[in-house]
Write a protein that binds this ligand. Structure first.
Ligand code: ZN
Length: 287
């Protein structure tokens, strides 16, 4: 069953926890989320990032929303669709017209005033389509550049308050010591800052860069105001490992390796591996 991201975040807020949003590129990754949600009864968010669609042609947002809709209709557990990091207004507009109930406009590299101006424009357009808007201040950078340790990028509580009041966004991505990709050293979230940001605004807070943050820190972050938690790299790793495992496994079976048809068994194989990972990961939310 497809729900709005705002409805899931409301539920997370009420239960003092977060909904996990997983980055996807294809049907297998979306389908696995739906099955894991159904098995556990725990809601989840399906995300796609324009960068992978544009640069790598992994998918297309319109096709992706069709996949999501078809999969969501098959299950009772609630899942929601979200467009991750988008920098382009017309791209966002197009996805809102084509089935995305939630988008992220990322102006975190711009000046605060420019970020506010652009975010407001997205929020106004989103009203027409009854769509949710996530935005970001401070800047969640890249783990391989150790941006998570750069305090200059961190979100300031008073700026968070001002930004949310000015823009009317549905959720706010904050920088408190996480970053995208794989960390070189175990990250340390600034939980005190999170508490201050949470006290300064009622807007649901989002934590990006979720691959490699220890569970104990995540559980605390969820309790202290994070209502949406993004996981990308880790989910891709599980997918890649499953594909590698499949190829390795069938390389040695003669009758199989001589026919290209064994690719037909690849989706089911990887889906099952993804489902195993997701069922465990979703427990983290305690929903
Ligand atoms: Zn992100």
């Amino acid at each position: 069953m497809a729900l709005k991201v705002r409805e899931l975040l409301k539920l997370a807020h009420k239960k003092n926890t977060a909904i996990i949003a997983f980055e996807c590129i294809d049907y297998n990754m979306v389908y696995a989320i739906a099955v894991a949600s159904q098995k556990t009864g725990i809601p989840a968010i399906v995300m796609v990032e324009p960068a992978t669609c544009i640069d790598k042609n992994d998918c297309h947002p319109t096709a992706f929303s069709g996949i999501f809709k078809g999969v969501a209709e098959q299950i009772d557990a609630p899942i929601a669709l979200h467009l991750d990091h988008c920098y382009d207004f017309s791209y966002i507009l197009n996805t809102m017209k084509n089935g995305f109930g939630s988008v992220m406009y990322d102006g975190s590299k711009l000046s605060l005033e420019e970020n506010i101006k652009n975010t407001k424009k997205v929020v106004e357009a989103a009203r027409v389509f009854d769509c949710d808007v996530e935005a970001e201040i401070g800047h969640v950078g890249m783990a391989n550049a150790e941006d998570n340790q750069n305090i200059d990028f961190y979100t300031k509580p008073e700026t968070a308050k001002y930004f949310c009041e000015e823009t009317g966004i549905s959720s706010l991505a904050i920088a408190i010591g996480s970053a995208h990709g794989m960390y070189k050293k175990t990250p340390q979230l600034d939980l005190e800052r999170l508490e201050q940001i949470n006290a300064a605004t009622d807007t649901p807070l989002v934590l990006h860069g979720g691959s490699g943050i220890p569970n104990e820190q995540l559980e605390l972050a969820f309790k202290k105001g994070i209502n949406k938690f993004n996981v990308g790299t880790e989910y891709f790793q599980v997918y890649y490992a499953a594909i590698s495992e499949f190829c390795e496994k069938y390389k040695i079976v003669d009758h199989y390796s001589k026919t290209p048809l064994h690719v037909l068994d690849l989706p089911k194989y990887t889906q099952n591996k993804l489902i195993d990972y997701l069922v465990k990961k979703l427990q983290l939310t305690k929903l």
